[in-house]
Design a protein around this ligand. Structure first.
Ligand code: SF4
Length: 123
């Protein structure tokens, strides 16, 4: 396989460095444009196992609001995001909900939980 250059944006911090990643398949040989060493780590992860934090909402019965914001406790594999969102659409919590409460455990074959972002009292 021949070396190629792929341009990606590092999303590890708000700097958003534009990276030029030289690689042969998933073997990274050079990363240009990173302002810190995390850029190279991000580039390697992005080419071999891209992951993202996911935020969404789920339904709540008997609460002050009908939906509550939720988030993954850690990034999950990017190809599994739509599966996770489909699973979250099936969830309906019962109020009250506590911030940090596990909404869905070990999602889409990972050890990552989805957690509630806020308290939601019952009414
Ligand atoms: S390379 Fe470093 S400074 Fe640049 S966006 Fe990534 S983490 Fe931030």
């Amino acid at each position: 396989m021949a070396e190629e250059v792929t341009k990606i944006i590092c999303i590890t911090c708000p700097m958003g460095c534009s990276l030029e990643v030289t690689h042969d398949g998933d073997t990274v040989t050079k990363v240009d444009g990173a302002s810190c060493k995390k850029g190279a780590e991000y580039a390697l992860a992005e080419l071999t196992d891209p992951r993202r934090m996911v935020t969404s909402t789920v339904k709540v019965a008997g609460g002050l609001h009908p939906l509550i914001p939720v988030y993954t406790a850690a990034p999950i594999p990017k190809p599994r995001i739509f599966d996770l969102l489909a699973s979250l659409r099936q969830v309906e919590l019962q109020a009250p909900v506590k911030v940090g409460q596990v909404v869905l455990a070990s999602v889409v074959g990972t050890d990552v939980d989805v957690l509630a972002s806020r308290d939601l009292p019952a009414v």
